[in-house]
Design a protein around this ligand. Structure first.
Ligand code: GAR
Length: 198
């Protein structure tokens, strides 16, 4: 069984979808720890409820010293010995020093159809651009932000009258389907691109 660490910053709805799928039959992965960069992350309680160990590595004392923050993350992970890291709404950028160490073993979900709209405010940007379609992407993490080999995408229509919030909610439904499906395949050794069409 591959040991999966999940990194969160907020409510952790994607993390819950990953943990709940790993609890179902036939999964090659099992959660070993949920790591948050803030004790306020609502997802910590949801991981705890599911019996998964949690750890907080607060980024704030490191005051922009990313390598030192990452060294603290590595130290916190060590006793849990993860094989795979899933970033799930983890809102801190990671340096090449960390991403290289986890190359081919770290996944991220991003709320856009990459390569479109790397970074923040993806839903507002898709609406501003007048896109007819939007969605989410799971990819392998490399040193470049929201880059790296694509592992899966789910598309949703943009509807008349959408706001960033209504569009985000429609995308999130797909995130909760896409990320578990990609992790399940990835843990089993299948790195081919998965396309979900809603
Ligand atoms: C998700 O929509 C995820 O795709 C996005 O943050 C949200 C986290 O929600 N991630 C990013 O924007 C990464 N830059 P969650 O905490 O409920 O999973």
């Amino acid at each position: 069984t591959l040991r999966v660490a999940v990194f969160i910053s907020g409510g952790g709805s994607n993390m819950v979808s990953l943990l709940d799928d790993m609890a179902r039959a036939g999964h090659a992965g099992a959660p070993c720890v949920v790591l948050a960069n803030s004790a306020d992350a609502g997802g910590l309680a949801r991981a705890h409820e599911r019996g998964v160990p949690t750890v907080v590595v607060d980024h704030r004392p490191f005051a922009g010293d990313r390598p030192a923050f990452e060294a603290a993350i590595s130290a916190a992970l060590e006793p849990h010995a993860p094989d795979i890291i899933c970033l799930a709404g983890f809102m801190r950028m990671l340096t090449g020093g960390f991403t290289d160490q986890w190359a081919g073993r770290m996944l991220n979900i991003h709320p856009s159809l990459l390569p479109k709209y790397k970074g923040l405010h993806t839903h507002a940007r898709a609406l501003e651009a007048g896109d007819a379609e939007h969605g989410c992407t799971v990819h392998e993490v490399t040193a470049a932000l929201d880059d790296g080999p694509l592992l899966g995408q789910a598309r949703v229509p943009v509807l008349e009258g959408d706001t960033p919030d209504t569009l985000a909610a429609r995308v999130l439904v797909q995130e909760h389907l896409l990320y578990p499906a990609v992790l399940r395949r990835f843990a089993a050794g299948n790195h081919e691109m998965l396309i979900l069409q809603s």
